[in-house]
Design a binder for this molecule. Sequence first.
Ligand code: GLN
Length: 218
Amino acid sequence: MEIGVLDLQGDVCEHLDHLDMIGITARRVKSAEDLDHLAGLIIPGGESTCLARLMSTFGLDQAILKRHKEGMKLWGTCAGAILLATHIKQETPYFGLIDIEIERNAFGSQLDSFACEASIPEVSPLPMPLIFIRAPKIKSVGNGVRVLLAMDDFIAAAESADILVTVFHPELTPSVEFHRYFARKCGLHPRSEQGNGAVSRSLWTRTGWMRFARIARL
Ligand code: GLN
């Protein structure tokens, strides 16, 4: 069984790289057929309006809903979390699959992006680096949703039985703990030691985000 990464826009290579580092076979998802037999799908960070338009254009919205009903787990990071929410402040929900209220761009502009660290015992015994890029805030959660990380006046990570949402970007840090956590949620067995992510690393090491991730290394 494999985990897919929605490959329309946003930080796709980084998720592929992290799955590779924990020994999980990852698949790029560009069309409905790419969803066949996936145990889970990651909807990456990027721009939620853009992702929504592209998914609707390529018929991926209905295909994802169908596969999710059949058991495919979902993880939305940042823009992905916005797309999965049942309530988006002043906007119409897209998938509406996890009972959370979310507010887009809640920290301000792109320049208000930041890195910090936090402990999430369910996910890792060690504190993890977190990167927020023009992030949303989860303001509240409803029935069947468990808060994994609450910070200041918002919730940063939450989950239901079959969906994980994070408003930060584990794939932009050296930590693979969240990818392990999602893989286990999908019923898969990630490697406990960390590989070097050789397969896809070459695709993105020269990007500016790698420098950002180094700053966040703790
Ligand atoms: N600001 C973006 C949106 O509202 C999300 C940013 C991100 O995914 N890092 O869609």
